[in-house]
Design a protein. Structure first.
Length: 242
């Protein structure tokens, strides 16, 4: 429906408000936001899986007030760190592969995106797993009675395990960028055309061709040399060849 321009009296009215134009977010920012939300959801699911697969070692309260555990329980003491690293390797690879598939046309910026995505997934998994408990082992064991079995706290003891998530997130980017096809190759099939190539294709300049710029030379081209006419060979009379 067409709208008529506002009259001068309407512009002077105190109730007049100019219309606001809506500007959406750039596609890159929207894509990165959706990617980070996916990383957070994947991290939450990973935290649930982490909590489900870990078997915590337990302590048994004795009548004397002491708490004992078995040798097998001592070997399971760092099971939370081991499972967090294994799950982080798989989820980090998923985050890295998805980030490379979506944002490889951004160049070096894809490395920063997948690192942030892997860090978000690792931190969410860490928080969700520890929130499910159990926790506060000291207060639980102080109020326990004889014969009660108490598991230790569910926590990540080696904080460096988060680096496993980041390593496997950036690993697909490094491998595909080093071993994959060059996106500047005319024979490569890229789902998202780079901005640089789009600008080159839209440019009306005759010096732009096949994704690169050929500037004209300042020196004039040399003109071809004209062939010299053939001169007939004549002999003087009275002379003969040897």
């Amino acid at each position: 429906m067409a709208t008529s321009p506002a009259s001068p009296d309407a512009l002077d009215s105190p109730h007049f408000r100019p219309a606001r134009t809506r500007r959406g977010l750039p596609p890159v920012i929207r894509g990165v936001a959706v990617y980070l939300v996916f990383s957070a959801v994947l991290g939450a699911l990973s935290g649930l899986l982490w909590h489900a697969v870990v078997r915590l070692p337990t302590y048994t309260m004795q009548g004397s007030g002491a708490a004992t555990t078995t040798e097998r329980g001592l070997t399971q003491f760092f099971g939370t760190d081991a499972w967090f690293s294994v799950i982080g390797a798989v989820c980090g690879a998923i985050v890295g592969l998805l980030g490379w598939w979506l944002f490889r046309w951004l160049g070096w910026f894809v490395t920063l995106v997948v690192l942030v995505g892997g860090n978000v997934a690792a931190l969410i998994a860490w928080v969700v797993g520890e929130a499910l408990g159990p926790s506060d082992f000291a207060s639980r064991i102080s109020s326990a009675h004889a014969g009660q079995v108490l598991p230790i706290d569910f926590q990540l003891r080696s904080h460096s395990s988060v680096l496993i998530w980041l390593l496997f997130a950036v690993l697909p980017v490094l491998l595909f960028s080093a071993l994959g096809r060059d996106e500047d190759d005319p024979g490569s099939h890229h789902p998202w055309v780079p901005v640089r190539r789009r600008l080159l294709r839209r440019s009306p300049s005759p010096w732009i061709d096949a994704g690169h710029i050929d500037e004209p030379s300042a020196d004039p081209e040399p003109e071809p040399d004209e062939p010299e006419p053939d001169v007939p060979i004549t002999r003087e009379p009275g002379r003969t060849g040897a």
